[in-house]
Design a protein around this ligand. Sequence first.
Ligand SMILES: Nc1ncnc2c1ncn2[C@@H]1O[C@H](COP(=O)(O)OP(=O)(O)OP(=O)(O)O)[C@@H](O)[C@H]1O
Length: 268
Amino acid sequence: MSAAMSLSSFNERRPLLRVENVGKSYGKTIGCRDVSFTLYPGEVIGIVGESGSGKSTLLNLLSAQLTPDSGRVDYDMEGQGLRNIYDLSEPERRRLVRTDWGIVHQNPRDGLRMDVSAGGNVGERLMAVGQRHYGNIRAEGLDWLSKVELDASRVDHLPKTFSGGMQQRLQIARNLVTRPRLVFMDEPTGGLDVSVQARLLDLLRGLVRELGIAAIVVTHDLAVVRLLADRLMVMWKGNVVEEGLTDQVLDDPHHPYTQLLVSSVLQV
Ligand SMILES: Nc1ncnc2c1ncn2[C@@H]1O[C@H](COP(=O)(O)OP(=O)(O)OP(=O)(O)O)[C@@H](O)[C@H]1O
């Protein structure tokens, strides 16, 4: 193997995110505890578990929206290498969230500016990464509307005039337009009709794969992780009780809770 090749394969294995023994309690209630895993560039990891198992707590910790009681999360900052996200200054953290990360909320209202046009919602993120040319921003905004299957004629409309599925697709465009290296998704298809969910999942899968984006997807829906996630972590009462390749975990679950989760879906 040449030196260049060995260097490139080494770089490919450099973690994007390294999570070590992260935990958070709310008074006496455990949110999640002792979570460790490593995420590599372009990899999609799913976090499943029943309501109250600690999924949202973990996602909020990983995306620096919450501070842990213990543990650390290192992110491969552009040009700086791995840095503990909890040591970042507030401006550094805000810049990360606006540029190199995307956060897709379950409720699009939490991730969109409802008083700004569809095109403006997408263009704003481009301006956050330094784009200033109005024509280019509008052209890229239109391109992204078409990528998420929104009609160009809606570019100047406010998101509140959109259906739930359209709002969610706009939120995805707003998050992916800057080609972030890591996207956090909290129940990205929650609250949508089943047929709308299926189409949205297909679209998300296509975009994530095409752009090579790494993602952490929280859901209680096994169909979502089956389609999107390379790897799976199963949470139960605040703990990660099982993890592995998605198909392996779902086809041959070891922990009794995972077995219950899988069999309850099969019975439907
Ligand atoms: N702000 C909070 N204050 C107190 N307890 C909390 C808070 N947020 C979460 N919890 C508790 O932490 C535990 C984990 O909750 P969390 O919301 O992380 O679970 P979840 O798996 O995301 O559930 P859901 O799917 O219903 O959103 C639960 O016992 C919950 O009651």
